[in-house]
Design a binder for this molecule. Structure first.
Ligand SMILES: Cc1cc2nc3c(=O)[nH]c(=O)nc-3n(C[C@H](O)[C@H](O)[C@H](O)COP(=O)(O)OP(=O)(O)OC[C@H]3O[C@@H](n4cnc5c(N)ncnc54)[C@H](O)[C@@H]3O)c2cc1C
Length: 189
């Protein structure tokens, strides 16, 4: 999807590339990037899907976004996945991928309708005492000293950080802040 100013160019479909019917594509890996490339080859490059080969070295496909099917549970994947309204390319891609289950419906429609029927969002970012709002109130709570420690780290080269612990670069000004709480609990890691 190509946005120039507005969506004039975004919705125009490319002409079929010359000679595409006699070409094949071999994509290394089966992560999101690979699957997106395969979709774009089919949708925009107008290559037959049967000419696109996805080669994966691992026994499980999907890379960092792998998932397993369990008969009694359904599909389960590691970690949570947070999607943003401005994943422009992904939503564009999802709307061109047909649903496996429902005719005339796209993956985007399925995703959107599921979120309407079963909304999934957080009422607060951090909890304490078994589910009480920790009232971090979307504030990083960083002092000037903490900000300068963060900026210093940001401007330090990778090599200079070899063999250093996080406590060598941050003290309690950072480590007791909401920012650090947000950072270390990001994606529930
Ligand atoms: C637990 C977790 C939670 C996440 N949460 C979010 C989230 O909420 N929102 C979000 O936007 N992102 C999230 N991410 C990040 C997102 O999942 C990844 O950025 C994305 O899946 C990466 O896709 P990729 O195709 O670039 O790479 P990968 O998924 O790493 O795919 C690369 C693939 O190539 C294969 N490969 C490598 N070398 C070879 C080779 N020589 N031959 C064959 N195959 C090879 C690998 O085995 C792998 O399958 C999360 C990631 C994790 C792990």
């Amino acid at each position: 999807m190509y946005y120039s100013s507005g969506n004039y160019e975004a919705f125009a479909r490319p002409k079929k590339p010359e000679g595409v019917d006699s070409k094949s594509a071999y994509i290394i890996g089966s992560g999101l990037a690979a699957l997106s490339a395969a979709c774009y080859l089919v949708r925009d490059g107008q290559m037959e899907g049967s000419r696109v080969y996805v080669l994966e070295k691992d026994p499980v496909t999907g890379g960092a976004c792998d998932g397993m099917y369990y008969t009694n549970v359904g599909y389960v994947m590691r970690g949570g996945r947070e999607m943003d309204n401005h994943f422009e390319c992904m939503w564009d891609l999802f709307r061109s991928v047909p649903s496996i289950e429902t005719e005339g419906v796209s993956v985007l429609d399925e995703y959107y309708r599921l979120n309407k029927a079963d909304p999934n969002f957080s009422l607060c970012r951090a909890t304490e005492n078994r589910g009480q709002d920790a009232h971090t109130d979307k504030k990083f709570g960083l002092s000037d000293k903490a900000c300068s420690q963060l900026m210093k780290l940001y401007l330090t080269s990778n090599e200079e950080l070899y063999n250093k612990k996080i406590t060598d670069v941050f003290d309690d000004e950072v480590l007791n802040s909401n920012f650090w709480l947000y950072w270390r609990t990001m994606f529930a890691f």
